[in-house]
Design a protein. Structure first.
Length: 337
C-alpha cells in the first residue's frame, strides 16, 4: 500500500487494549494485508489506510462504547521517538504547542488537528480524516480515540493531575461510541466543533517534568536538519527528507518509493544517476543523526537507537561501530573530553 511509512504504535495500542479485555483480535487485521507475524515485528511500518481499515474493523464490533477512548489512553509520548522525547522536555506548554505544530511527525494520521487561541477557550480542534470508510459511528470511534490520546499525552507532559475542563464533541448521545464522564470535568455533546480544551492556567504553567537545556538541544538539531534539507537537491535529497520527516529508517526502498509516488525501480535508477544508493542514504542519515544526538543531546544510547529505528540497542551499537570504529559510549566520552 502507498505511504507505508508510519510506525504501528496505534495499532499496537489497539491490539494490546483488546487483549487486556480478552477480546479476540483475529478480525482486526482483515483487509489490511497484515498478519499476526507482521504485527509482532518491532520495525513494522504501515500506511494510513491500513491503520484506518483496522480501526474500522474494530469499530464495527460494538465491543465496548468506551473502547476507542481506552485505546487512546494507552498511547504515550514514548511511541513518538525523538519528537515525543522533545515534547517531554519542553518546559512550558506554549513551547510544547509551537514545537508540535512545527515538527508534527509521525503519528499515523487518523485526525487533523490545529491549536486555537481564543479568549478563555484555548484548545485543540480535532477532525477525523476524510476516508472512504467513514460513517457516523466510525467518525465517533476515531474522535473518542483521539480524545483519549490527547488526555494521555497531556498527562505525560503536564503530570498525572492534568484534566481537561471541557471536551466539545459534534457527536450526540445517539451514537454508540462515547467518552466516559471521567475524560473531562465537562463533556458537551452536539457541539459545533470537536475541541479538547486546555485552560489558561495550564498553558502558562511551568512544566516541572521538562528540561530546558535538553529541549533547546533537540530543537537545534531539528532546525539544523530542516535547514540542510532545504539545501539538498535531487532525488537523494528527497529520500533523505522523507526519512527525516517520517522517521522511517527501518522502511524498505519500496515503501519510500511509493511515498514519493514512484516505483522502486525508478527510484533506484535516479539514485544511480546521482552516484548513490538507498542503503547509503539511510546509513549516512542515521550516522549523521547519531553523531548529532551523541554530541548535542542528553539522550541515552537506548533512546537514540529507538529514534533511529533500531529494534534493539545492540543492533545500533554494532552499526555505530561499523560506521565510526567506536562504540557510542566511547564516541561520546571522547567528544566530551
Amino acid at each position: 500500500m502507498r505511504d507505508r511509512v508510519y510506525n504501528a504504535a496505534k495499532l499496537h495500542a489497539a491490539l494490546s487494549t483488546l487483549e487486556t479485555y480478552q477480546i479476540d483480535t483475529q478480525h482486526v487485521l482483515e483487509g489490511t494485508g497484515l498478519g499476526p507475524d507482521d504485527i509482532r515485528n518491532d520495525d513494522l511500518r504501515v500506511s494510513s489506510q491500513q491503520i484506518l481499515r483496522a480501526f474500522k474493523n474494530i469499530s464495527e464490533r460494538d465491543w465496548d462504547r468506551f473502547l476507542p477512548y481506552r485505546i487512546g489512553r494507552s498511547v504515550h509520548l514514548s511511541a513518538y521517538g525523538l519528537y515525543g522525547y522533545a515534547l517531554l522536555c519542553s518546559t512550558c506548554y506554549r513551547e510544547t504547542i509551537a514545537f508540535a505544530k512545527k515538527y508534527h511527525h509521525l503519528a499515523a494520521p487518523t485526525v487533523e488537528m490545529e491549536f486555537a487561541f481564543e479568549d478563555d477557550a484555548e484548545g485543540w480542534d480535532i477532525e477525523p480524516v476524510a476516508t472512504d470508510h467513514i460513517d457516523h459511528k466510525f467518525y465517533a470511534f476515531l474522535l473518542c480515540m483521539q480524545m483519549g490520546i490527547m488526555e494521555s499525552l497531556h498527562r505525560d507532559v503536564m503530570g498525572p493531575g492534568f484534566l481537561s475542563d471541557l471536551i466539545e464533541l459534534r457527536i450526540t448521545d445517539q451514537i454508540f461510541y462515547q467518552l466516559p464522564d471521567s475524560a473531562a470535568r465537562r463533556i458537551q455533546l452536539g457541539a459545533g466543533r470537536n475541541r479538547f480544551h486546555v485552560t489558561v492556567d495550564w498553558i502558562d504553567r511551568k512544566l516541572e517534568l521538562g528540561n530546558d537545556l535538553t529541549f533547546k538541544q533537540i530543537v537545534q538539531i531539528c532546525d539544523t536538519e530542516l535547514s540542510e534539507l532545504v539545501m539538498q537537491d535531487g532525488v537523494a535529497g528527497q529520500v533523505r527528507k522523507v526519512l527525516l520527516e517520517t522517521a522511517a529508517f527501518s522502511s524498505n526502498m519500496d515503501a519510500i518509493a511509493r511515498h514519493m509516488g514512484m516505483t522502486s525501480r525508478t527510484l533506484r535508477r535516479h539514485l544511480k544517476q546521482e552516484s548513490t544508493t538507498f542503503s547509503e542514504i539511510v546509513d549516512t542519515t542515521r550516522v549523521d543523526l547519531a553523531l548529532r544526538y551523541l554530541r548535542a543531546a542528553e539522550l541515552s544510547t537506548e533512546e537514540i537507537a529507538y529514534v533511529l529505528g533500531f529494534s534493539e540497542t545492540a543492533s545500533f551499537v554494532r552499526a555505530f561501530k561499523r560506521w565510526t570504529g567506536k562504540s557510542p559510549r566511547a564516541y561520546r566520552m571522547g567528544f566530551a573530553a
